[in-house]
Design a protein around this ligand. Sequence first.
Ligand code: DGL
Length: 280
Amino acid sequence: MNSKPKPAVAADKPIGVFDSGMGGLTVLHALREHLPHEHLLYLGDNARLPYGTKAPGTITRYALQAASHLVERGIKLLVIACNTASAVAMPELSRRFAPLPVVGVVEAGAEAAVRASGSGHIAVLATESTVRGGAYERAIRTRRTDARVYSQACSLFVALAEEGWTQGPLVEAVAREYLHPMLDEKKREGLDCVVLGCTHFPLLKNTIARVAGAGVTLVDSSEIVALAVEKILQASNIKRIGGPAGVRFLATDDTERFARIGSVFLGQSIESGNVELVDL
Ligand code: DGL
């Protein structure tokens, strides 16, 4: 009897997903909803969070290390579930790991914004590095040349979300402070769409929506990412079409905390025994 393991067929390999921490679990949630038969391997680089305040060279190095780790474990597609890493390192990651398909959240977020906005006046809330590089403006204007894009760095939202503080007077005060410039009368004119340009921000969406006020649609990229992933899997004939699917978690720091707070992001309980500590 041959005891050698059979090589995993391409469709059975997991989709690799990474973020600086737990924010990308909002994207993982959408992937599970849309693609229930896909195995998923999630890496949260929580030891080095936040990425959003770091220099582009550092973000690229961290993103390459996280992605390499997933690639070495054998994945069929890579999702960069971090806007900061997508905005800064997407071209480098795509080039380095070609022909592996790589999907980033910025293009998907821009697509979602253009679909949601009637006026073309769009605000982007993101991390400092995402805003500084202007990736969202470029991605939105590529799709709609007359778009007016207002970007605001909201770095504290990341810490609040990781802390599990998603509502209440403190969170609302921080949101008012960040959103105040964009909501002043002139800038507000016609503004009808706010992009949650960081995968941590969907956790704060109720508070952000309340502060942004009526007539403003909040968009996040997770749904469109899931659709984009499905399209690539179908086109490459590597979509898994049946059978139960597994999700595994990797973290670079405190697996117990990752499981506890990560459960809030995922909207589903994560057992700390299902989180493996890794060193990049
Ligand atoms: N979740 C990351 C993003 O989408 C940001 C968090 C961080 O600053 O590390 O940009």
